[in-house]
Design a protein around this ligand. Structure first.
Ligand SMILES: Cc1cc2nc3c(=O)[nH]c(=O)nc-3n(C[C@H](O)[C@H](O)[C@H](O)COP(=O)(O)O)c2cc1C
Length: 379
């Protein structure tokens, strides 16, 4: 995965690489997500018959060839030509599911039409509830079985790399010139995305953000539109408009997980938004265990944050997750080489998962539990 990150760094304009790579404030939670996973030791077991392995699972009613979901990544279509379509194709070919972000470049209809299996839809709630209601109808009409409601964006965590690169904050003449130069110095990106990847509009938000994507206007729009007054009671409103399964993404606290279960959610994603929101929160792998203990028998608990390999997936499942969402682990490959690179990254993750299962002596992902770990920080 480090190779794909490096390829993405070379290929993307700096502002876009930093947008993907960066986190909020001092990026300490971003670093902890990765470091705490790396700190977990697996328990090697030998002389067990591991000739037949089962990697497949069922998550929120959907059969997956391995416990991996391509999580929502906003603006992905600025990383590669129609990147959401490319990634969804790679996901479906690999037998896993793609989750479309509200703030994607390709609209949900374009993505759904490009693949044979259903995709999931991620929703941000906006002050003008009619946008969200419209999006829920569109996602349902496009055949999405699962709505992932992201609940950790009551306000945007300050991402200083974006501010420095002119991706957020008030634009100045200097930042506009530097951004233009940055784009011009990356001709492959300019050809593939700048020209072939058009239109650069928000495919799900044509009414709310008409015209081409401008990250600075978009930030202002997020600040003006994302609704910080959303509460648990609003889940009833979502339920009235959403016929399918409902997952809350951005849960870190067991009390919040219990509320989610009490309010009838079908699943939660233990997530700190990839370290992009509240810096200083625990890593998700540390937060996972207490959430599983609180609600693991009532709903599907998924996790994301720092998942870069099949070994990380095994660690997360051993701590009780049903599946892992990938963020940067598909964003870097798609930026580096489109659909083929995402397909390759998924095949590498699958191989790593196979090896990790074989050498921990576990033959079915469903049998993974804490006994597969030699040590885990905080547990
Ligand atoms: C570039 C980028 C854009 C993202 N956009 C969204 C988004 O639109 N909606 C959302 O719910 N989460 C979004 N996320 C968070 C991811 O869904 C996921 O929680 C996070 O990336 C997991 O951490 P990881 O990247 O370390 O795997 C985004 C993450 C990144 C890196």
């Amino acid at each position: 995965m480090g190779d794909y990150r490096e390829l993405a760094r070379r290929r993307l304009p700096r502002q876009l690489f930093d947008y993907v790579d960066g986190g909020s404030f001092a990026e300490s939670t971003l670093a902890a997500n990765v470091a705490d996973l790396a700190g977990i030791r697996l328990r090697q077991r030998v002389l067990r018959d591991v000739s037949g392995l089962t990697l497949s699972t069922n998550v929120l009613g959907q059969a997956l060839s391995m416990p991996v979901v391509l999580g929502p990544v906003g603006l992905a279509g600025m990383l590669a030509t129609r990147a959401e379509v490319q990634a969804a194709r790679a996901a479906v070919s690999a037998g896993v599911v793609f989750c479309e972000s509200t703030v994607s470049i390709c609209g949900i209809e374009e993505v759904a039409a490009a693949v044979t299996d259903p995709v999931w839809f991620q929703l941000y709630v906006m002050r003008d509830r009619s946008y969200a209601e419209d999006l829920m109808s569109r996602a349902a009409a496009a055949g999405c079985p699962v709505l992932v409601l992201t609940v950790d964006l009551a306000t945007v965590g300050s991402r200083y790399r974006d501010t420095r690169n002119g991706m957020s904050g008030a634009p100045s003449l200097r930042s506009t010139v530097l951004r233009g130069l940055d784009l011009g110095l990356h001709p492959t990106w300019a050809r593939d995305v700048g020209l072939r990847g058009r239109p650069h509009t928000f495919g799900n938000l044509e009414k709310a953000v008409p015209g081409a994507v401008s990250p600075t206007d978009f930030q202002a729009w997020v600040d003006a539109q994302f609704d910080p007054s959303v509460t648990w009671d609003d889940l009833d409103w979502v339920r009235r408009h959403w016929p399918g399964r409902l997952v809350l993404k951005g849960i870190l606290d067991p009390d919040d997980a219990r509320q989610a279960a009490d309010r009838g959610a079908d699943g939660v994603v233990v997530s700190n938004h990839g370290g992009r929101q509240l810096d200083g929160t625990p890593s998700t792998i540390r937060a996972l265990g207490p959430v599983v203990d609180a609600v693991g028998d009532r709903l599907d608990v998924l996790v994301d944050g720092g998942i870069r390999s099949g070994l990380d997936v095994v660690k997360a499942l051993a701590l009780g997750a049903r599946a892992c969402l990938l963020g940067r682990a598909w964003a870097w490959p798609v930026a580096a080489g489109g659909e083929r690179a995402v397909a390759h990254a998924l095949s590498v993750i699958r191989d790593e998962l196979r090896v990790a299962l074989s050498l921990t002596g576990v033959t079915d992902v469903a049998d993974l539990d804490r006994s597969a770990l030699a040590s885990a920080p905080g547990h």
